[in-house]
Write a protein that binds this ligand. Structure first.
Ligand SMILES: Cc1cc2nc3c(=O)[nH]c(=O)nc-3n(C[C@H](O)[C@H](O)[C@H](O)COP(=O)(O)OP(=O)(O)OC[C@H]3O[C@@H](n4cnc5c(N)ncnc54)[C@H](O)[C@@H]3O)c2cc1C
Ligand code: SF4
Length: 484
């Protein structure tokens, strides 16, 4: 155990400093700063090393949290890094962008603020890289079996790394020009700078994973052709088909899906020449429809592009500030969240139902007509007579994602389960040797679930190819978060 009395003597949760808002709005660099020294040790020392550490259950990866808290409290970075990598291929991604369900289930959270687990995680991995502790793990022997992983988001990367280390020859196919999936082109730099991805890709290449970018399977190469070339295929193609805004005026110029806005904005930060592809919020009244992660990333990006105003609309009620009684510990509660983008500016409106987008004589959006949401037996509807117009030159639809693109995969013979790709608990599908992992089978989720699924699918593929496996399988394809 770290400090036996830490949780009694240090009752306050101290998080690392963030860059001041006026400064961080001048660039797209990461917001979070490092917490080193005494404050970090004090916080790691609050961990109680619980007999039944519920933090493990909250984390789909089953991270060895009390063990790495203890190691860091003792200053043992190498040991902490080993413990962390035993369950998580990419702690630098989760340590930056995970909403940390482990902290919602931390036992200390029953009557005190939870241990700062996520900050311990990111400190371990940043120090481990700085100290040269993260090196390629080249397999000792090759199996002679080949695997194609399609999609290079966190699910595909985790799956590929596990299988490569198990001795299989793995090729990752990616339709974009760079690997990383939503880590690269969804999540903005201010949450996750992209050199973290490049550094991991370098490690993966040195281990033997090969990457083929700019190839869309199902278009440039058929799924059948790909499957004929290899011993197993893992489909990790994500789930980014957007939910549509079904109101009059949604087709107006200036109304865009969030990803059509975020992807080029991320490309610009990568230094790409974009031409007309960039949607610039500079000087515009921006309205973001949808109150989730994607909406929040749009707000932060629009503020950095110097929008004239940013308003975000959520159709539901403002969630409570504290964990409600019907969402008890250790579940992940639905509470009012203030993301780093919300701290930076803009107005947040709740109970706001979009009625229509209003255009000018050139077919460009100029306003959004919004009514108060009424809860009825038929669901949430706009309350008649409460409509008002909000000025809007740029409307960003961030209402979530309905599921993956499935047509080519269905034509190939994969089935659906609702709107996502169907698979058994062990990630296998109706087609022998074909597996599905990540958002493609789960629906839009979290990085941590994608990594956990990628690891578990790798174990299933290894067992399929080798008859047995020593790879870990932290979650089944049917496991769900600890939610109410
Ligand atoms: C804007 C945004 C912000 C988010 N922020 C967070 C956050 O802060 N924290 C968090 O935990 N989660 C966040 N998420 C969710 C998280 O990013 C996803 O759950 C996660 O990336 C899913 O991983 P994946 O590997 O399954 O799929 P993806 O990351 O979507 O990767 C799929 C990859 O497959 C490729 N692909 C698709 N079809 C083909 C094909 N036919 N051939 C070749 N390649 C193909 C795609 O180009 C893509 O690169 C966010 C999501 C979005 C959209
Ligand atoms: S539940 Fe919290 S206090 Fe207990 S072991 Fe996990 S991190 Fe430490």
């Amino acid at each position: 155990m770290a400090d036996p009395t830490g949780f009694l003597t240090v009752r306050e949760r101290e998080l690392p400093p963030k860059r001041p808002v006026p400064l961080r709005l001048l660039d797209h660099r990461e917001i979070q700063q490092r917490q080193d020294g005494a404050a970090f040790i004090r916080q790691a020392g609050r961990c109680m090393d619980c007999g039944v550490p519920f933090c493990h259950r909250g984390c789909p990866l089953g991270n060895l949290i009390p063990e790495f808290n203890d190691a860091m409290w003792r200053g043992q970075t190498a040991r902490a890094s080993e413990l962390l990598h035993a369950t998580n291929n990419f702690p630098e991604f989760t340590g930056r962008a995970c909403p940390a369900p482990c902290e919602d289930s931390c036992v200390l959270g029953i009557n005190q603020p939870a241990v700062t687990i996520k900050n311990v995680e990111v400190t371990i991995i940043d120090r481990a890289f700085e100290q040269g502790l993260v090196t390629p793990q080249v397999p000792e022997r090759m199996s002679g079996r080949t695997v194609a992983v399609v999609g290079s988001g966190p699910a595909g990367l985790a799956c590929a790394q596990q299988l490569t280390r198990a001795g299989h020859a793995v090729v990752v196919y990616e339709r974009e020009d760079r690997a990383g999936g939503l880590l690269r082109y969804g999540i903005p730099d201010f949450k996750l700078e992209k050199h973290h991805i490049d550094r991991r890709l370098e490690q993966m290449r040195a281990e033997g994973t090969r990457f083929r970018t700019g190839i869309e399977v199902g278009v440039d190469l058929s799924w059948e052709e790909l499957a004929a070339r290899v011993d197993a295929v893992v489909v990790c193609t994500g789930a980014v088909v957007p939910r549509e805004l079904a109101v009059p005026g949604a087709e107006l110029d200036g109304v865009h899906f969030a990803m059509d806005y975020l992807v080029p904005a991320n490309r610009r930060q990568a230094g790409d020449e974009l031409g007309g592809e960039l949607i610039d919020a500079a000087g515009k009244h921006v309205v973001v429809i949808g109150g989730g992660d994607t909406g929040s990333d749009c707000i932060g990006t629009a503020l950095r592009q110097q929008a004239a105003s940013v308003t975000s609309l959520a159709i539901g009620r403002r969630p409570p500030g504290e964990r409600p009684e019907d969402q008890p510990w250790p579940t992940v509660p639905r509470v009012f969240e203030v993301s780093t983008s919300h701290e930076e500016g803009g107005e947040r409106r709740f109970l706001a139902s979009t009625v229509r987008a209003v255009g000018d004589e050139h077919g460009r959006v100029r306003a959004l007509s919004v009514a108060r949401t009424e809860y009825t037996e038929a669901g949430r509807v706009p309350e008649p007579g409460t409509e008002e117009e909000i000025p809007a030159d740029l409307v960003l639809i961030a209402m979530g994602f309905s599921g993956p693109e499935t047509q080519a995969l269905e034509d190939w013979g994969l089935g659906l389960s609702g709107r996502v790709l169907g698979r058994a608990a062990d990630y296998s599908t109706a087609l022998p040797g074909v597996f599905v992992a990540g958002d493609a089978g789960r629906g839009q989720s979290l990085i941590v679930w994608a990594i956990a699924e990628g690891r578990a699918a790798a174990a299933a593929v290894d067992a399929h190819l080798s008859g047995a496996t020593a790879l870990p399988s932290p979650v089944t394809a049917h496991d769900r978060a600890l939610a109410v």
